[in-house]
Design a protein around this ligand. Structure first.
Ligand code: ADP
Ligand code: MG
Length: 238
């Protein structure tokens, strides 16, 4: 079942068009990978979905409701969360307080309807032993776990993750992919992740969307997408 759909979405920054006439649907409960060269419009696309940006033209529909003009906090209130390339944390407080802040924000914008117990979030993000660690002392993988945990604490139905694996080493990538898988499996939350590490994406994603120059190229299973001649060309920069 389609949870979010974009129809003819265009995002214009002055004269520059970062997204052109993009249409596709996100299925409830899937892990959708988004890939494409640098500057293709991936982060812009995430923001158009989460309310960091409002599309210039076209529409964004979530659970049957047109949310095109909604700001980020309103979309968060509907169950749409986002994590960023560079972890955004409250660095002067502990891991536990970061999750609590996420939960309080979630309550503020959407009520307690979709509350996920903090204990479950600590377990899923493997932060159980780091509850009292000051966030400023956390390593990169831990900061990513905290950011995901705080997003989960808002009680989302869908999370958009921008380059979650960036800066992690091979072992950390394996660990974080496992956390992301568990979030989908245990909580049934839809995951949309931008990632240029295509091998990792192929491992975790049900489907992969490729965009180039802000336009739709392809949306299919990893096996089909990553063996497509046109997609390979785009990546080799021919
Ligand atoms: P990606 O995440 O795929 O690397 P982005 O979505 O960040 O690409 O950017 C797509 C294009 O839009 C780039 O050319 C970028 O310079 C431009 N862009 C992104 N945000 C803005 C903005 N706020 N104002 C002007 N141009 C922007
Ligand atoms: Mg980006």
């Amino acid at each position: 079942m389609t949870q979010m759909s974009l129809t003819n979405v265009t995002m214009q920054f002055g004269p520059f068009r970062a997204l052109t006439d993009l249409s596709f649907g996100i299925e409830r409960g899937e892990i959708l990978g988004v890939a494409g060269p640098n500057g293709a419009g991936k982060s812009t696309l995430m923001n158009v979905c989460t309310g960091g940006l409002q599309a210039t033209r076209g529409s964004v529909v979530f659970n049957g409701q047109d949310i095109t003009g909604f700001k980020r906090h309103s979309r968060c209130g509907l169950g749409i969360a986002q994590t960023f390339q560079i972890p955004t944390l409250l660095s002067s407080v502990t891991v536990g307080e970061n999750l609590l802040a996420g939960q309080i924000f979630g309550h503020e914008v959407r009520g307690a309807a979709m509350d996920i117990p903090l204990r479950d979030i600590l377990y899923l993000t493997q932060l159980e032993d780091q509850l009292t660690l000051p966030a400023s002392q956390a390593d990169l993988l831990t900061r990513k776990r905290i950011m995901l945990g705080a997003a989960l604490a808002t009680g989302p139905e869908i999370i958009f993750m921008d380059e979650p694996l960036g800066g992690l080493n091979a072992q950390e990538i394996v660990e974080f992919l496992q956390v992301i898988r568990h979030v989908r499996e245990e909580l049934g939350i839809t995951i949309v992740m931008v990632e240029h590490k295509t091998r990792a994406l192929a491992e975790i994603a049900d489907r992969i969307l490729i965009i180039n120059f802000g336009a739709f190229v392809m949306l299919d299973t990893p096996g089909v997408v990553l063996n497509d001649d046109h997609v390979v060309e785009i990546y080799l920069g021919k």
